[in-house]
Each structure stands twice: as structure tokens, then as C-alpha cells.
Design a protein. Structure first.
Length: 517
């Protein structure tokens, strides 16, 4: 058992030291006796009491007791129970979501214009692991732009040299020309750093992590900006042409041989090491998944039948928005209304790193407005959109100190809230947990839908990348718990693995695989 767990239970149990100490020992003893798998976190199970496959019946009462042991004055006023109800996603709802998602995937594969875009990526083969050579790759994912030189050494081994640049808000929301000129400038600097002549012909893979309607392996038009981008003149334009234009202006002789989504790159780069990889997922600033589909399952595909008879599909699952299935709260609605892309990317707005902190911020402002938090006082920082970062949630969820001292540092030193009480901090921590658990459970439903659609419940590696999966405490284990609820024993065959730089390596590999198409 996680040594910190009793302290967490202690923290939630009561503010009165003596009672807490007694309850602490009782909880610790009960938890120690509660059977759970090595990597399942017991307190994460509390929000899905109908989780039959993973929780033995006699464990449930103890787990429930921990869940509802919130500070008594709060419980009396009903705040946390109300929030728990709103943010809890039952097993039943998750099952419904999986069935619905599978149907939506089928619709998107049959025809364009459905919620799930199910975009054929033109990537028709997976690597053997023996590919070799040096390739350039560009990666525009969210807030960062990278230029990479990827050396494929064969036997699944790679070496990467790269430079990373922050994409400022001005660039994100300015003119497309300025954005692409910035990319060319970064490439030029990188070549200079490596002492390479820009007039020498080279090819590169371009990871562009937005919904692109792909027309060929190296051509595609932007269908929609997400993640705070709105640069003008790019929508409906071929992003490869825009890049080529900027490169020509900067006198750089580079040809784009592959245009790739980050999920596709993640899948392909992981498959270079593990041939059982059929799915690539990103839980980062945004979220999305790609998987290998049989060509006969893609009725809308009118191109030539590839020899492999398969094609990687970019699902663009972030756009999923079924209100009758997703547990959309008033806070999600407020966030969506105020976003740069209202009514779009609803699933993404419930689970990805750009938005999780913002959901928490909305909940906290609500609790402040009713006087239930911080004695009704807010701060300028907290009232500013997107100032409660998802990284703060990670810090708060990781804080198992008795007084929640790191939570205090976040709230007081960073967010400028005054003299917070331990009780305040417990509530904030619990809100973070509710939002974080919901995100992980919804993410698991997405993965379960894909492996179900592929009919690969017997063995499948899911390559996962992105800051939320990498850094958010318990995210991966919460996902695994939910997968067990959804798939029962078959969940053991679905291996979620941290991917390594899919966006860079993947683009280079796809350039290697498809460079001659
Ligand atoms: C984009 C996807 C991308 C995902 C993860 C989403 O906002 O629409 O294309 O794969 O973010 O980066």
C-alpha cells in the first residue's frame, strides 16, 4: 500500500486532531486489509462504487466510508457531495460511453461530416524496427515548436538532437504567415547550429497536431484550430504549402515528405520498438487517439487498397460531445462558452491539460461566491482565466502533508489567496481529485472503445504520450482501474505504455517509411 494513503485519509477525515488520529488508525488498518491490485490506488476507486470487476463486495463499505468522510460542516451544507455527484462517472455511464463511441467511430469511418472525423492518415505500414537513416522532423503540438534531427539506428534504437521554441500567444493568434515564418526561422537556426548548409536538399516529417484533412501523405488542409490557436489564413489551407512557401522565402531547401498527427507519430514510433502497438494516444495540452484499422472497415476510403490492407486512422476523439453520455457540468459549460472554440472539442475540454486547471478554477470561484471557500474572498490571479494551471493540480494532488503545506504555497504564494485554512486546502484538494479522476476515467473509456472497435482485446499495446499522462499523479493508474471496470479480466491484455517522443521520432519514421510514395 502507498505509504501516503493513510495520511490522505487522515487529511480528509476531520480537522480535529484527536478524532483524526483515531480515524487514521482505523482507516489505515481497514485500507491495509482491503484487497486491491498493486497499482490500483484505493482512494481512486471511491468514486465508482458500482465498480464490480475490480472491487470485491466486502471491500465496498470501507471504501465508501473513506469517500464520504468529508469535513462535517461542509458535508452538512452539501457542497462536496453535490460536486461529487456532478463529477462522478459511474461504471454504467462509462459502459454506455464506450458503446456510443464505437458507434460514432463507425459513422465517421463510413462518411465525412460526423462528430468523430476518423481521418485516414495515409500511413499504411508500421515499421519493422530495422529502418535506418537521418531525418528531420518538425513538431507543432501546442505551446511548443520543436525542430529535430532523428537518427534511426535500427533495432528500435534512435538518437535525437532537437531545439525547442515557445510559441507565443501573439504567434498563435496572429497571422498564419508570421507563424510559418517563425517555423522557417527556427529551422534555419537549427541548421546553423549543426553547421549544415541550408541550400542542400533535405526531406522532413512535419507533425502538425490539429485536425487535418489529409489529401496525401504529404498534403493536408486544416479543418479547425484548437488549443488556443486562431492564426489567420491557415484554416482550409494546405499547411505543407504554407510551410514550403515560408521555407522558400528563408532559402531553405527542405521538402516535406510526411505530414503527421502527433497520435499517428506516437503509434508509429512506439511500434518501432514494440510490434504489438496498434494505438497511439495523447493526453497533453489536447487529447486525441490514432489506431490501425482494416481498410475494409473504412467505407469512405476511395483511394487504392494498400498492400497491407490497413491504414492508421486519426480519430480526433477530442471532438466527441454527446451530451446524453458525457457528464457535462455547469462548470464545463461556462468554460466552453468562454473558450476560443465554443461548442467544439467538448471531450478534450473535460480531459486535457489545457483545461483541467480551468475547470477547477470555475469550481473554486463558485465555492467562493457562496462563501464556502476562503471566507468568500478571491484573488486577482484566481479570477483571471487559465491562471490555475493543471500543473498546480498535480502539485496539490501530490501533497500528502498533514497541513497541506504545498497546497498552501500554491494557493497563497502563486494564486495570491490570503490566509487559507487547512479546511480550505482540503476542499481544494478534493476538487482537484474529482476533476482529475473524471478525466482519467473518461480517457479510459476512449481507449476501451478503440480496442473494442479493433477487436484486439486479446493483446494490444497502447502508446501514450503527453504531459497529463506523464506528470499528473495517479492518472495512469486511475485509467487502468477504469479499464478493469470496463473490460474485466481482458483489461490485463491492454498495456498502456509511456511513449517516447512520438511526435519527433514518429514523423521521422513516417518520412522514412513513406518518403518514396
Ligand atoms: C488536436 C489533435 C491532436 C491533439 C493532441 C487536439 O487538439 O485536434 O489533432 O492530436 O490535440 O495534441
Amino acid at each position: 500500500m502507498d505509504l501516503d494513503t493513510p495520511f490522505f485519509i487522515f487529511g480528509l477525515t476531520t480537522g480535529v486532531a484527536l478524532t483524526a488520529a483515531v480515524q487514521y488508525f482505523i482507516s489505515a488498518w481497514t485500507a491495509a486489509k482491503t484487497p486491491h491490485s498493486k497499482d490500483s490506488t484505493p482512494r481512486d476507486s471511491v468514486h465508482h462504487p458500482d465498480a464490480s470487476p475490480i472491487t470485491s463486495p466486502d471491500a465496498l463499505p470501507a471504501i465508501r466510508r473513506q469517500s464520504w468522510n468529508v469535513p462535517s460542516f461542509v458535508a452538512a451544507e452539501g457542497t462536496l457531495p453535490r460536486l461529487e455527484r456532478e463529477f462522478t462517472v459511474s461504471s454504467h455511464r462509462l459502459q454506455t460511453m464506450v458503446r456510443h463511441l464505437v458507434n460514432e467511430m463507425k459513422k465517421g469511418l463510413a462518411q465525412d461530416g460526423h462528430t468523430l472525423k476518423m481521418i485516414p492518415s495515409y500511413v499504411i505500414s508500421r515499421p519493422t524496427g530495422f529502418e535506418t537513416g537521418s531525418y528531420f522532423a518538425l513538431d507543432l503540438g501546442g505551446s511548443n515548436f520543436r525542430v529535430c534531427l532523428v537518427i534511426l539506428e535500427g533495432q528500435g534504437r534512435t538518437r535525437v538532437r532537437q531545439t525547442k521554441h515557445i510559441v507565443s500567444d501573439e504567434l498563435k493568434t496572429g497571422s498564419g504567415e508570421a507563424l510559418f515564418d517563425f517555423f522557417a526561422e527556427c529551422i534555419s537556426k537549427f541548421l546553423q547550429e549543426l553547421g549544415l548548409d541550408p541550400s542542400e536538399a533535405r526531406s522532413l516529417g512535419f507533425t502538425f497536431s490539429f485536425p487535418i484533412e489529409q489529401h496525401a501523405i504529404n498534403s493536408g488542409t486544416l479543418m479547425q484550430w484548437n488549443k488556443g490557436f486562431s492564426a489567420t489564413g491557415v484554416l482550409k489551407a494546405d499547411v505543407v504549402e504554407l510551410l514550403n512557401k515560408a521555407l522558400k522565402k528563408a532559402r531553405i531547401n527542405v521538402k516535406v515528405t510526411a505530414l503527421v498527427n502527433d497520435t499517428v507519430g506516437t503509434l508509429i514510433s512506439h511500434a518501432y520498438r514494440d510490434p504489438q502497438t496498434y494505438v497511439g494516444v495523447i493526453f497533453g495540452t489536447g487529447t486525441n487517439a490514432a489506431y490501425v484499422e482494416r481498410i475494409e472497415e473504412i467505407p469512405k476510403w476511395t483511394g487504392p487498397i494498400p498492400p497491407t490492407k490497413e491504414m492508421v486512422i486519426n480519430t480526433e476523439w477530442g471532438a466527441y460531445d454527446e451530451a446524453s453520455v458525457l457528464p457535462i457540468t455547469s462548470f464545463d459549460r461556462d468554460l466552453d462558452r468562454a473558450s476560443t472554440n465554443p461548442r467544439k472539442q467538448i471531450f478534450e475540454k473535460m480531459i486535457s491539460g489545457m483545461y483541467l486547471g480551468e475547470i477547477v478554477r470555475y469550481v473554486l470561484l463558485d465555492l467562493i461566491s457562496t462563501g464556502e471557500l476562503f471566507k468568500g474572498r478571491s484573488s486577482q490571479t484566481l479570477t483571471t482565466p487559465y491562471q490555475f494551471e493543471t500543473a498546480y493540480m498535480s502539485r496539490i494532488e501530490r501533497d500528502h502533508s498533514l497541513e497541506l503545506s504545498d497546497t498552501k504555497a500554491v494557493l497563497e504564494d502563486i494564486l495570491g489567496l490570503q490566509a487559507t485554512t487547512v479546511q480550505d486546502r482540503r476542499i481544494v484538494k478534493h476538487v482537484c481529485e474529482l476533476v482529475g479522476i473524471r478525466a482519467a476515467r473518461l480517457s479510459a473509456a476512449g481507449v476501451a472503445a478503440i480496442v473494442t472497435k479493433m477487436n484486439r482485446l486479446d493483446a494490444c499495446t497502447v502508446a501514450v504520450d503527453g504531459s497529463v499522462f506523464q506528470n499528473y499523479p495517479h492518472f495512469a493508474n486511475r485509467m487502468r482501474d477504469a479499464l478493469r471496470e470496463l473490460l474485466g479480466i481482458m483489461a490485463e491484455n491492454i498495456v498502456l505504455e509511456q511513449a517516447r517522443d512520438g511526435s519527433g521520432e514518429g514523423a521521422a519514421l513516417i518520412a522514412a517509411l513513406h518518403g518514396h510514395d
